[in-house]
Design a protein around this ligand. Structure first.
Ligand code: ZN
Ligand code: ZN
Length: 264
């Protein structure tokens, strides 16, 4: 898994996880590395071009990383990332078409590295941008992240983001796994071959009580007429739930900046 993660070229597992944990803990505040309250450009790509907000550094140090620090594979990749990245993310994907299909090095470099990398990165970044800005909040209307079938389509299942932030420990990162959720199937495959274990998932009761307690009413089964009527749709409809195709505006209350107080 560390090998496939290196192929994706999205920084080391250690750095990725630290930023991700920080993102969940302080979502959409100044301590969130890709704070979506700073606008679409910033949370999509701008955060990687910009100096980190001092809170990202300060609060980042408080994130518990002991589990990954105890994993030799993660620490090995972190230490040698500068060597592993060019070999696995550039050289290997460029070499395969040259060796096996007789492509030229230039063609292979532009398609297998540049084109692949650009498409893949934008798909992932849409989770931080689109899936925090445009969509419904059937599980928790107090969280800024939304459900977006379009982002799930682009990112192979990572766009059911209101659910993911409501139940971050659920391996599926979505209530359902049958539409645009290839990531969940891949994790289950790894479980079968013994590389993933103790997968946690929210029970239907837990999900139902959360939907009824904090949802915005747009849930495909447990939503309300009023909640669904508030949703405006665009583009082709999601096969299961038309309310996932939305440009629903976030309630003003959750768009307001949240004050942070340092804690452990
Ligand atoms: Zn997450
Ligand atoms: Zn998020």
């Amino acid at each position: 898994m560390v090998i496939t993660q290196t192929l994706a070229g999205q920084n080391s597992v250690y750095t990725w996880c630290r930023d991700h944990r920080l993102h969940h803990r302080y979502s959409d505040t100044d301590a969130d590395p890709h704070n979506s309250k700073r606008g679409f450009f910033f949370c999509h790509i701008g955060w990687l071009m910009h100096k980190k907000h001092p809170y990202v550094k300060e609060f980042g140090k408080m994130i518990n990383m002991s589990d990954l620090q105890g994993d030799w594979m993660v620490m090995f990749q972190k230490k040698y990332y500068i060597v592993l990245y060019p070999i696995l993310a550039i050289l290997l994907p460029v070499w395969v078409p040259v060796y096996y299909f007789g492509e030229t090095w230039w063609n292979s470099l532009f398609v297998s590295f540049f084109a692949r990398y650009v498409c893949q990165l934008h798909g992932t970044w849409c989770v931080n941008s689109l899936a925090h800005l445009y969509g419904t909040r059937p599980y928790d209307k107090n969280l800024q992240p939304v459900e977006s079938w379009f982002v799930s389509f682009l990112s192979l299942g990572e766009g059911w983001h209101n659910y993911h932030h409501a139940f971050p420990w659920d391996y599926k990162a979505a209530e359902l796994t049958m539409h645009f959720n290839l990531s969940a199937s891949i994790i289950r495959f790894f479980e079968r071959i013994g590389l993933a274990y103790e997968l946690k998932s929210a029970s239907t009761d837990i999900v139902a009580s959360r939907v009824l307690r904090t949802g915005d009413g747009s849930h495909y089964k447990m939503g309300t007429e009023k909640g669904r009527a508030a949703v405006t749709t665009w583009g082709p409809l999601h096969p299961l739930n038309p309310t996932y195709n939305t440009t629903l505006k976030a309630p003003d209350a959750i768009l307001k900046p949240r004050e942070l107080t340092p804690c452990s």
